[in-house]
Each structure stands twice: as C-alpha cells, then as structure tokens.
Design a protein around this ligand. Structure first.
Ligand SMILES: Nc1nc2c(c(=O)[nH]1)N[C@H]1C(S)=C(S)[C@@H](COP(=O)(O)OP(=O)(O)OC[C@H]3O[C@@H](n4cnc5c(=O)[nH]c(N)nc54)[C@H](O)[C@@H]3O)O[C@H]1N2
Ligand SMILES: Nc1nc2c(c(=O)[nH]1)N[C@H]1C(S)=C(S)[C@@H](COP(=O)(O)OP(=O)(O)OC[C@H]3O[C@@H](n4cnc5c(=O)[nH]c(N)nc54)[C@H](O)[C@@H]3O)O[C@H]1N2
Ligand SMILES: [Mo]
Length: 687
C-alpha cells in the first residue's frame, strides 16, 4: 500500500512511527511496525558469497572477485551459446528506478530478451483484463479514499483485513455511511467477518458468478443502456454468452443460490458501485477471463467511468504497480511501451544510445523461462533480483530442480533466502531504508521513499551492483548509481507513453504527498487521480466488452485427490517469508504452516486440530499442522505459502498458465490430506 512512516533512531535501535499520509492515514499493520528489525538483523548478508566448486558451502569473497566472476561467466556463456541464454528475474519489490534500470540492463548490458519478474505471479491477469477493457492498466482508477463514499463495493477474492489492513478503514467508513461490502471467497476470512454479503464460492468459479450476475441484470432489466450505448462497444456478444448462465446452472458451478445471486446483483445495480479483484480471482489459469467477466458486469451496469464507480485490481507488493510499468516484463519497455511496437522501440533505443535493431525482442514469461532451463534454447544463467523463486513459484519442487541445473545462478538479496541457498554467487543488497527511490502504489500514486541510514559496510545497492556489472560488460557509463539520475532518465523514457511520468519530480512528489500518473507537463501537469471520467484509453475512447466463457478448471478434484487446494496469505507473514520469518514477533504469532480444513472433513479423516498432516497433489506433498475451522468450505483446503522446505505450499500447486497473462494457477488444484501417524515435526526452514 505504501503506508507513510517515519524511521527514527532511538538509543541503539530504529523505531518505526506511522505517518499521517494519504494512503494509511496514520494506520499501520504489524509488519510495518516491526519492519525496522530487519535493518540490523544478525543474519544480514554483508559480503558477496561464492559457492565452492561442487559443494554446498559458500566462501565470502571481495566484490571485485564476485563481480569479475559473474561478468566473465556471462560473457563466456553468451559468446559460446547465444545472448538469450542469460536471463534476469526481477521484482515488484524494487523501486521504479531499479525496475527501470534492470529492464535496461537486460536489453543493453546483456542484450538478452529474457527478463521477467514476479508480477507475473501476482497481478498479471488483473492487468490483462484492464488492458482489454480500458486500454490501460492502473490498479485503482481512483484514490482509495473514494471507497468510503460508494454505495456498494464488491471484493472478489481478496482478504484485505489480513493483506492490506490499513485499507480496511475505507471499507469501515463505507459501511458507517450506509454502503454495503460484498466479498467472494471460499473462506469466511476476517474480511468477510465485516462484510454484508459473503458469497462463499467454489474455488475457481468467480467467472461463472459474474456471468450469472450479468444474466440476472439482463433478465431483470438492470442494465444501464445509455452508458452501454454511448461509452462502450461489444455488448451484444457478451450478452449472448451470459444467457447460458441461468441461476440454477450458476448455483451448480459456484455454490451461490438464486436468492443471493439476484439480491446482490440488484444491490450492485442500484447506486454507485465498485468492483475490486485480487489474487483469489486473478491467480487462475483463466484469471484474465475472470477479470473480464467482472468488468463486463460493471460495464453493463454502467458502474465504470463515473465518479465513485469503477473496476480496480488490488495490487499486492510494495511496488507492484510501478514494478509492472517500466520494462521488467518480457514484452515491455518503460512507461508501458511495447517491445514489439516499432515507434516505441525506436524511441527507447535512442534514449539508451543503441541501434533499434540491437534492442532484443520479447522473451519468455516468468514461469516459462524457469521451466525451459535445461532445454536446448533455455537459459543457462539467471540473475534473481528481489524474488525467492524456490518458495514462490508454482510446482516449486520442479523449479528448484531446474534452478539447480543452471550453470550460473546469481541472487541479490539481503538474506540467504531459499533461492540464494541454491546460488553460485550471492550479492548482498541494501534494504529499503538505505537507498532513496520512488514506488507507485495501487492507486497509481508515485511516492518517494527516503534514505534514513547508510547500508552496512560492504553492502551495495542494486543500482551500484548493476553499474559494476555493466562496467565489466563494457557499458558502465549507461548505468548511473544515483536514483535521481535514473529517475530523470525514466521520466524521459516514459514521456508520451501510457504510464507517463515525465511531469513527476522528486520535489513534486514530496510536496504533494505523491503524484498520480499519467503526469505530463503539458497534458496533465497535476497528475491524474481519477481516470476514464471522460473517455477510456482505446483509440475509440470507448470501453470494450470482452466475450468470455467458463471452461472449467485445469484440475478437478476426483477420487484420489478429493479436495480443492487453495493458497494465500496470513496477516503476519509476507510472501516467501524471507523477511517476516526473521522477525521474532511475527514468527511467534504464526510460527509454522497450517492447513485449514472443515470439521466435517476432518472428522471423516480422523484428523484433530493441531495434528500433523500431509497434503499432497499430483506434483508433490507438504507437511503442516491441521487447523480445523468452520470458516472454510467442506470441499476445500487452504494453506499459506510463506514457508519453504517441507512446508512449502507450492510443492503442490499446478503450473497451468493463463493463455493471455501467463499467470499460473496458484489458487486451485486437486489435493488429498492425511494424518501423519509418526510425529514428524514441521520443517524449520529459515536457513
Ligand atoms: N500479510 C500479508 N499481506 C500481503 C502479502 C503477504 O504475503 N502477507 N502479500 C502482498 C501481495 S504481493 C499481494 S499480491 C496481496 C494479495 O492479497 P489477497 O489477494 O487479499 O491475498 P490472498 O490471501 O492471496 O488471496 C485472497 C483470498 O482469495 C481466496 N480465494 C482462493 N481461491 C479463490 C477463488 O477461486 N475465488 C475467490 N473469490 N477467492 C479465492 C483465499 O481464500 C484468500 O482469502 O497481498 C499483499 N499483502
Ligand atoms: N501458492 C502461492 N504462491 C504464490 C502466491 C500465492 O498466492 N500462492 N502469490 C504470488 C505472488 S502474488 C507474489 S507477489 C509472489 C511473491 O513471491 P517472491 O517473488 O518470492 O517475493 P518475496 O518473498 O517478497 O521475495 C523477495 C525476495 O527479495 C528480497 N528483496 C526484497 N527487496 C529487495 C530489493 O530491493 N532488492 C533485492 N535484491 N532483494 C530484495 C527479499 O529479501 C526476498 O528474499 O509469490 C507468488 N506465489
Ligand atoms: Mo503479489
């Protein structure tokens, strides 16, 4: 969310204090409160590490040795086997400046087409749906505070009470003002506890739910025909498809009965309504189509492109928004420019001082790049900057094996993550409070993070590491180390593009508590807090309906694997857990992985609360503690993905990719669960 906070030195430790900032209004979750713990954590990496040949041991080496080693190996691999054989994996944790520099590093310093990033696992389907309908993808097209003034907000597959606690204040205000909150989730999460309607859908079925609501809207004449006529195109085909989703069929597919379907559709049609999606609806092999079905519904009801209405994707990581705009993605150049657009290529090549023909074309998407390691044209070396792939990719056991096959795995991190443990070279990296830079939050608000302290001795920032490597590859002068210099270049690179930052400056950001893109000195000097009020970004200015249908799941439960297995987050841990498993308070609150199971299912399988259980799918198995709860559907198991080792939920997940966004199916596969007879302890996986 990019909560505003101050960092203050007190005695010999750092204290975090929440700030009255537009995003969090003085609120903060426990991860924010405890975040300073990691700055001076005893396990921080402070020296580059080099793996001893054919052993599991690392040797601390000088920066010179580590950088020379990596640059030489890259040169050898590329000249022997081809430029594309070296790849990069970036992150939505990186500042805009670093995300921009990393995309440039891949295309200019390495001249490889293979760069992708963890946003592919995060919001890529939300982005695809937004692009299809509106011609642009910005998480929310309005400031978060607008939520409080709507009449109804539908959260599709999001558990904000645990994943974005400070945003909850806007939902509370919504309800205080008489507005209604609707949530679809197979679980009665803490978010659901404070909602007016819980649609406890069968995992993977939101698309059928949205199509069913469109059926009801058509049948009960709840459509905004004037809006459909004047501001959209393509309704007829979509309406025809929706006629196949009559309530009785939808109930079979989703578990939502006709009364609730009709009641909630009427409610959304009535006043100002917002439709928000998050990972529960997006992380599916049909995530883009699911988002399209939801946007189709919003468009048909005329709830887009007007104040206090709209569709939004609740972007996850700190820089989940900015990280997806500036060229870390395989098909993308800065500012959402396209790598296959001749004009965009020519523009960026000029700024980067290279020939357009030397700018690589589109590379493989994240999972595809990792899966192809070992293939004749797959990458032989990977540099991971800001991701813990060994824990967070689908079918993680398979990907761990792929990573082990690399000739050279390089990881930049501040801790020895599970992925860094597999590396040949590890570069120690500065943390958030040790370098300045901008981040763009889910509202499209560019904000600035200041530097509060210097990094520990011997630690470089990612930008410095990039500069040193580029120098060894013959183009150090193209990679400034100062974020300000990188930002000036980014402004130029995005000028006139969809995500236009050319009118944003560090000073403006600080003065105004953030600036919403697009911000162009001539066209939109004040930034753009609210989008689409007059027109959408397609050439016609109209929003597009996109015809989608429900084809079923990549893997359905059956006799061998009878449960839906879904995954997600808990309040106290973050992502692959590299950071939060090292914070004493957070680790104490949720010390080990658990598997949620309904009492009826648990009884049948003779599993009691807290028992050691093994969950397995066709791809692998994991061990955890059973958590028996009424809050989950009886046909579904839920496991958070914050742990590695034997407790890694992703050992089970299925890498079925969305054909449009290439987002993997993290949210549903078929699994079974059994009680372990011998007492096996849950693997302690920190190091
Ligand atoms: N504490 C904490 N906060 C975080 C993070 C974290 O790791 N920890 N990560 C950040 C990041 S990167 C992201 S992307 C966001 C994610 O934020 P959310 O999307 O809110 O998080 P998830 O827990 O992945 O998924 C939300 C819900 O989807 C439900 N779900 C599963 N399958 C389905 C389905 O088929 N349909 C529907 N409707 N719901 C389903 C799950 O039960 C879960 O409650 O959180 C951000 N905030
Ligand atoms: N089963 C399942 N799997 C999932 C998901 C799910 O819901 N279910 N969600 C997916 C989603 S939405 C996401 S976003 C991914 C996230 O998964 P990952 O990409 O693995 O994200 P993190 O765990 O945050 O890992 C970031 C790593 O980079 C380091 N790091 C942080 N900041 C920086 C920096 O500035 N520079 C460098 N060099 N390193 C840094 C951290 O220490 C950490 O080791 O997981 C995905 N995987
Ligand atoms: Mo994410």
């Amino acid at each position: 969310m990019q909560c505003g906070m101050n960092l203050q030195r007190e005695g010999d430790s750092w204290q975090v204090l929440p700030r009255d900032f537009p995003t969090n209004n003085g609120g903060m979750c426990r991860k924010g409160w405890t975040s300073a713990t990691l700055l001076e954590h005893p396990e921080r990496l402070t020296k580059p590490l080099l793996r001893e040949k054919n052993t599991d041991d690392f040797r601390a080496v000088s920066w010179e040795e580590a950088l020379d080693f990596v640059a030489n190996r890259w040169r050898q691999i590329q000249s022997a086997k081809g430029r594309d054989r070296v790849g990069i994996f970036g992150s939505g944790a990186l500042t805009n400046e670093k995300a921009y520099a990393l995309g440039k590093f891949a295309r200019v310093a390495l001249a490889t087409s293979n760069i992708d990033y963890n946003g592919r696992f995060c919001m890529a389907s939300g982005a695809a749906g937004g692009n299809r309908a509106f011609g642009v993808d910005r998480g929310l097209p309005f400031p978060m505070s607008d939520i409080a003034r709507a009449d109804a907000v539908f959260l599709f597959g999001s558990n904000v009470a645990e994943t974005m606690p400070p945003i909850v204040q806007w939902f509370e205000k919504l309800r205080e003002n008489g507005g209604k909150l609707l949530v679809s989730d197979p679980r009665a999460t803490p978010t659901v506890q404070n909602a007016d309607f819980h649609l406890q859908v069968t995992p993977g079925s939101d698309i059928a739910l949205a199509l069913g609501m469109l059926f009801v809207a058509i049948e009960e004449d709840l459509l905004d025909r004037e809006f459909i006529q004047s501001r959209t195109e393509g309704f007829e085909r979509v309406a025809k498809t929706a006629m196949n989703y009559w309530p009785a069929r939808v109930e079979k597919l989703t578990g939502i009965d006709e009364i609730q379907l009709r009641e909630t559709t009427r409610l959304l049609a009535r006043g100002n309504s917002m439709f928000l999606t998050a990972r529960g609806t997006e992380q599916h092999a049909n995530g883009s189509d699911t988002v399209s079905a939801i946007i189709n519904l919003a468009l048909a009801l005329g709830k887009v492109g007007k104040p206090l209405n709209g569709y939004g994707c609740l972007t996850g990581q700190g820089n989940g928004q900015g990280g997806r705009e500036h060229g870390q993605k395989a098909d993308q150049l800065p500012g959402y420019r396209k790598i296959d657009d001749p004009a965009d290529r020519a523009y960026i090549a000029k700024i980067w001082g290279i020939e357009e023909r030397d700018l690589p074309q589109k590379g493989r998407s994240g999972y595809e790049m990792l899966d192809a390691i070992g293939a004749p044209d797959g990458i032989c070396s990977l540099w991971v900057v800001g991701s813990n792939l060994a824990v967070s990719t689908p079918r993680a056991g398979h990907i761990q094996n792929r990573l082990r096959e690399l000739e050279l795995l390089v990881v930049s991190d501040f801790f020895l993550s599970e992925t860094a443990q597999l590396a040949h070279v590890v570069f120690p990296t500065a943390q958030w409070a040790e370098e300045e830079g901008t981040m763009t939050n889910l509202e499209g608000r560019v904000i600035k993070r200041n530097r509060a302290k210097t990094p520990p001795e011997g630690v470089l920032t990612d930008a410095q590491t990039m500069h040193e490597l580029a120098k060894r590859l013959g183009c150090g002068e193209k990679f400034p180390t100062q974020p300000r210099d990188l930002f000036d270049e980014l402004r130029l690179a995005t000028q006139g593009a969809t995500a236009d930052y050319s009118g944003v400056s560090y000073e403006k950001v600080e003065r105004e508590n953030g600036v919403f893109w697009p911000c162009n000195a001539e066209k939109s000097p004040d930034g753009t807090p609210r989008m689409f009020l007059e027109k959408f970004a397609h050439p016609s200015g109209r929003a597009r309906f996109f015809d989608v249908d429900f084809w079923g799941l990549p893997e359905e439960p059956d006799a061998d694997f009878p449960f839906y297995f879904t995954t997600g987050r808990v309040m106290g841990h973050y992502q692959s857990g590299t950071q939060t498993r090292r914070v004493t308070e957070l680790q104490a609150a949720t010390p080990e992985v658990f598997v949620e199971i309904h009492p009826d299912a648990a009884r049948e399988l003779n599993i009691e609360n807290g028992a050691r259980v093994r969950v397995s799918s066709r791809r692998g198995e994991a061990i955890g503690a059973a958590k028996i709860t009424e809050e989950i559907r009886a046909d579904t198991l839920f496991m958070p993905f914050h742990w590695g080792g034997k407790s890694c939920a992703n050992l089970l997940t299925i890498p079925a990719l969305d054909p449009t966004s290439k987002m993997p199916e993290f949210k549903v596969c078929a699994a079974k669960i059994e009680r372990l007879e011998t007492i096996e302890t849950v693997a302690e996986t920190i190091i």
